[in-house]
Design a protein around this ligand. Structure first.
Ligand SMILES: NC(=O)c1ccc[n+]([C@@H]2O[C@H](COP(=O)([O-])OP(=O)(O)OC[C@H]3O[C@@H](n4cnc5c(N)ncnc54)[C@H](OP(=O)(O)O)[C@@H]3O)[C@@H](O)[C@H]2O)c1
Length: 330
């Protein structure tokens, strides 16, 4: 059995998820890539233990995460949780359904009650849990009435299979629409999960971040390192074992000379602040008051240690912000 570091909660800060009672660590660990059966289980276990020892209490899963088959990340997470049973009440575990999961009309990309209900049951079995803390609809489905999706999420709570509900990849307008139904049902909707990074600021132009502050829901933002661009991984080329090197991302083609020059300029600012580029990128995201937590990914424990230390320097001087804005606008 895993025995966690007694000092873990002194190493992290916890932010209230919107106006809800739920607190999330400023840095959370996502299980999208590198947690399936393709890699080493020892490394997966080490990453999860390392995260928890740093006070990272929130782990973000989804039904379809993991290679070589959907669900393998949840299976491995369930196996790691076997050794962490004692800590279940110290963990906030989320999962999602919405993207393609299993063959046929009930497991493809959709938001039906049929799919969401069956998928959550499967996720609970794979992770060997009685309930998840947050159950998300992963991506809006224009072909399912939004009332049906909202009711399916609400029902997961009524059945005791989820404590809170979330939505992911919903823009401001889509969020406002589903929130009307959550309000009528008194659904414990607490969080939206959009992408957000220095290199991806759509939530600012869309107004989703302002809506979160106004309405009191949290934002758990994904790919805050722009899938690894905003680290020292690509400053001097593309390592073969990186996400871009392995061809495991659709944004690899954006890593041209202009982008590498931009990353090196941002890195200079980070070094002058006494941070790694990864840490500055995460501090910058957390500087948006609407953001509750950054959902980081990792391929090794050392990356989690480095990233969690972003909380040591969250503030930016005005001239640092101005210099960053200038580079981002180039
Ligand atoms: N809701 C959604 O639709 C959605 C979509 C995507 C992700 N997510 C969630 O967000 C989580 C994070 O997404 P992401 O993996 O794209 O996030 P990310 O944090 O932007 O990128 C993570 C990758 O960056 C590299 N990296 C991380 N820290 C590093 C460091 N300190 N130094 C060097 N390289 C570092 C690693 O890639 P290498 O493999 O190159 O080492 C790592 O796998 C997912 O696990 C998932 O939970 C949700």
């Amino acid at each position: 059995m895993f025995i966690a570091d007694d000092k873990r909660y002194d190493k992290m800060i916890y932010n209230r998820c919107g106006k809800s009672g739920l607190k999330l660590p400023a840095v959370s660990l996502g299980l999208w890539q590198n947690f399936g059966h393709k890699g080493s289980f020892a490394n997966i276990e080490n990453m999860i233990y390392t995260a928890f020892d740093l006070g990272i209490t929130h782990f973000d899963a989804a039904n379809n995460y993991g290679h070589p088959y959907n669900g393998s990340a949840e299976e491995n997470f369930g196996k790691v949780l076997d050794g962490m049973k004692y800590y279940r009440d110290e963990l906030c575990i989320s999962t999602k359904a919405g993207y393609d999961m299993w063959p046929g009309p009930y497991g493809d990309k959709n938001g039906s009650r049929k799919y969401l209900t069956a998928s959550l049951d499967q996720s609970l079995k794979r992770m060997k849990l009685d309930y998840v803390d947050i159950f998300y609809h992963h991506v809006p489905d224009p072909n399912t009435p939004i009332e049906e999706t909202a009711l399916a999420l609400d029902n997961a709570v009524k059945q005791g299979k989820a404590l809170y509900v979330g939505i992911s990849n919903y823009n401001k307008q889509q969020t406002e629409a589903i929130m009307k139904i959550f309000d009528e049902l008194h659904t414990p909707f607490v969080v939206n999960q959009p992408s957000y990074a220095m290199l991806n600021r759509w939530i600012e132009s869309d107004g989703l971040d302002k809506l979160a502050e106004e309405k009191g829901f949290g934002l758990a933002v994904f790919s805050p390192l722009y899938q690894g661009f905003l680290t020292d991984r690509y400053l001097k080329g593309v390592p073969a074992d990186s996400r871009v090197g392995k061809g495991e991302t659709w944004i690899g083609s954006q890593l041209d000379d202009k982008m590498v020059a931009k990353l090196n300029k941002l890195n200079e600012i980070a070094v002058n602040r006494g941070q790694k580029l990864s840490q500055m990128a995460l501090s910058w995201v957390l500087n948006n008051k609407a953001v509750t937590t950054v959902l980081i990914g990792a391929s090794r424990p050392e990356q989690i240690v480095e990233n969690a230390a972003c909380i040591e320097k969250l503030n930016f001087a005005d001239d640092e912000i101005a210099a960053i804005e200038k580079i981002l606008a180039e």
